[in-house]
Design a protein around this ligand. Sequence first.
Ligand SMILES: Cc1ncc(COP(=O)(O)O)c(C=O)c1O
Length: 396
Amino acid sequence: MTSPEERINYLDHAATTPVRREVLEKMLPYFSEKFGNPSSLYSLAGEGRYGIDEARELTADVLGSRSSEIVFTGGGSESNNLAIKGTAALRSSTTGHILTTAIEHHAVIHPVEQLEKLGYESTYIGVDETGRVDPDEFAAAVRPDTFLASVMLVNNEVGTIQDVAAIAQKTREAAKQVGGEILIHTDAVQGAGKLSLDVNVLNVDLMSLSGHKIYGPKGAGVLYVRRGVELEPLIAGGGQERQRRSGTENVASIVGFGESLRLAEAERASSNLKMTDLSTRLIEGVSERIPDSFFNGSRTHRVPEISNFSFPGVEGEPILLGLDFKGIAASSGSACSSASLEPSHVLLAMGVSPELAVGSVRISLGRETTEADIDDVLQALSDVLGQLATFPSAKN
Ligand SMILES: Cc1ncc(COP(=O)(O)O)c(C=O)c1O
């Protein structure tokens, strides 16, 4: 374990990121100075309202949308739930079909499964060995009663990018041909700050974002809802967010979200160059130092921030513990939100064997990551794997 004064080599930015200083500074006044309820009429409340309006405009600018199409939520999971259950609940009966993929985050898969219990049907389209969905295969699964298609922009475990625009276009054409009406949702939580989020280019009706993946606060997110798309709110009450998400607004977090997205977008191009260099150093380093390792993902359609490796004969957990001992925080591809040691559904869908899937490690880079941090994790990985090979009883 590292002592508190030692800097942790934090390589788990796909799990969460620290709130950056500029964002924190923008948020702070809203806790105890500009604390008015934004729905009240006096001027103190106006400050909160102004903060929310500004955040909404900043967000809309990045998405190329109208500010009225931005709904602030309590994070990426809530946004996904609102998109999926909110569209399903408006149907005249609990029937209809949802089309999605086998590699979505559980914040998409589990709400779809909840709907299945109520009578809705769903199809999970598979991926190739790099984690890519074939747009033609996806569109071919559209049925006349398919009301929603949900495809993530960037996978959180392996970093593979989907061609959401092509999938959306082909899916809409397929829906037209069978006389159906379909909405397209994308979980873009891992795409923010890495790819364009232009909703018109992506051709989507609904898009989920989360603050804490982009150096903003946890528990803050957005659902973009294209004008004309109706949703049944998950949270009913005072009618905030144009009746789509009730509850007194979490003003500080909304302000923090807007600022974090603005900064992420402004720095996107320069960050991409830096991340690509670091990622190349990491991937080449792993294959040189650990020749029997496997790189899981796409070499061409990927975000450089997220890399996933499997190490034969070793489980992810002892590797992570060994890295932690050396002051490095990474994550196992098999468990992003729970301590489960189940092999990752994403890796299994990519055709990775269960044995290799449980030995996977995700390394995700961030703003503070340096070349020295990459060299540090390369050295630590080969040391830890060497130790596990020397003490095979610790391997499984
Ligand atoms: C792709 C993806 N979608 C959704 C979520 C959930 O976001 P939040 O933690 O804000 O609820 C995450 C976070 O792990 C994610 O990576």
